[in-house]
Ligand binder design. Structure first.
Ligand code: MBD
Ligand code: FE
Length: 279
């Protein structure tokens, strides 16, 4: 029985999760775009080989490593850590409301829904500092979005996500919360810990070989939605985290850093969301 977290296990769970997501339903990239984008990627790689005078040993190391990324199921991790932030920038740069941040590899749709105020599902002995997270969801014109939905998911105190690490209940620290008539929400959860991407798979091998670090700052993941508004995918961060300035996934923006206030048995954060109406 495997009870230890491993890169290959979380990688294959992330790969399965991507395959079963609805993201492939509309997959129809026109020939012109494929030719242009694949052509540019191939040209960029060839330019690097020529500029850097890449050797056969280096070429074979690359080949072996790319094969290992697939074997370990780490394509979702690799792409979300090193590329998604630019895709997210392009997708949201027109927004007047919150611009958000990357989704990452560990989102699961359809988490258990509750009316706010509510507590996220957690184990009886869940470790960490209690976090009360509250705010309001509004449209860009300032009007409150009644019954907006906030989906929240995050790692536990050890940096593990339910459904991607062993021995955690399926919906632990995952939930969907319906705001009130005025768009107000209040969610009780635990403060997440800084997060290190798996070090024992292909991505970890690259990080070690390059002398980089594997850390993301502690973060909450969210999706905020309301009828006739663009879905906001975001992450929120905590001030003073040593990795806010060098997130391996380049997904921190200054406006996403919270301002926690100490309360009786933990911390409270207030954060409002502004959604853009759909065109
Ligand atoms: C994460 O938790 C995450 O949010 C991202 C973007 C990549 C790897 C792990
Ligand atoms: Fe994450």
């Amino acid at each position: 029985m495997t009870t230890e977290a491993s890169a290959a296990a979380s990688g294959s769970a992330a790969t399965d999760s991507f395959r079963s997501s609805k993201k492939l339903a509309a997959l129809e990239v026109p020939q012109e775009r494929v030719s242009s984008l694949a052509g540019k990627l191939i040209k960029a790689a060839n330019d690097i080989v020529l500029e850097e005078r890449v050797t056969y040993d280096e070429f074979n190391a690359l080949k072996a490593w790319l094969i290992k990324v697939g074997d370990d199921g780490e394509w979702p991790l690799f792409l979300d850590v090193w590329l998604e932030h630019s895709v997210e920038d392009v997708a949201t740069d027109h927004r007047e409301g919150n611009k958000g941040s990357i989704e990452g590899p560990y989102y699961i749709p359809d988490s258990p829904e509750q009316k706010s105020p509510a507590a996220i599902e957690m184990r009886e002995d869940e470790q960490g500092t209690p976090l009360l997270f509250q705010g309001q969801v509004r449209s860009t014109d300032g009007s409150p979005l009644s019954n907006a939905k906030i989906e929240l998911w995050h790692a536990d105190e050890e940096g593990f996500y339910s459904q991607f690490a062993p021995n955690i209940p399926d919906w632990n620290l995952r939930g969907s919360f319906i705001a009130d008539e005025e768009g107000n929400f209040q969610i009780s959860t635990m403060q997440p810990a800084p997060y290190q991407i798996p070090t024992d798979g292909a991505c970890g091998q690259l990080i070690a070989a390059a002398g980089w670090h594997a850390w993301r700052p502690a973060h909450l993941h969210l999706k905020v939605s309301a009828p006739s508004h663009e879905l906001l995918t975001a992450q929120l961060y905590f001030p003073g985290d040593p990795h806010n300035d060098d997130d391996i996934a380049s997904a921190v923006k200054p406006e996403l850093i919270l301002d926690p206030k100490p309360v009786e048995d933990g911390v409270q954060v207030d954060y409002d969301f502004v959604l853009d109406p759909t065109a």
